[in-house]
Design a protein around this ligand. Sequence first.
Ligand code: PGA
Length: 232
Amino acid sequence: MKTIVANWKMNGSLDLLNQAMEAWQLKSGTNKVILCLPSVFLSAAHTLLRQPNFFLGGQDCHAALQGAFTGDTSAHHLYDAGCRYVLVGHSERRQHHHESNAMVKAKAQAAVAAGLTPIICVGESLEQREQGLALSVLQEQVEQSIPDNATDFYVAYEPIWAIGTGRVAALEDIQQVHAFLKQQLGVGVKLLYGGSVTADNHAFILSLENVDGVLVGGASLKIDDLGKMVRF
Ligand code: PGA
């Protein structure tokens, strides 16, 4: 069984959520699904979700478990709303909110403390790849972003240049990075690939060795396409 993580980012609507839930009501599919929805929709999704292989995830959490942080969402709140997973360190957070590896690690720690499984995102920029630095950048990211002694977590490899661009990484590159990450982190670690995954290319990616699942952005907003990936 592979894991399909749907990351709606700041997209979608309650209407789309309702349509999706209706469409999937009688089909649970063969893959595990983690829906990372805008946080305001999580409670509604929690009351609608019926399939045993579907789970909810947040898209980010604060590093503190509570406090005077107006506008932020704690890992506890996500758990309360029905989440069992949370993305941390997505490149859009690292880029637009200047999140360092240390911050990502603190968020992953908060997630674990609240009972959530963190999905820790890493990925190199195009410039870093072209300079031959991809593996060293990834090594540094995983060394500094994963909490010490963490046992239950996912790592999502998302090359920044492949996110939302329609430019999926070459299968050999995905394979090379995933083999490298398994070697660094141990064979038991669960690795996802993300970046321009679609209903058309997901099967090739999921068939690669060391790929335990995919993290899907844009295509996860298309109900039929996500359905195809879930039933792979
Ligand atoms: P994408 O996004 O599938 O639209 O490329 C992936 C992600 O950012 O998680």
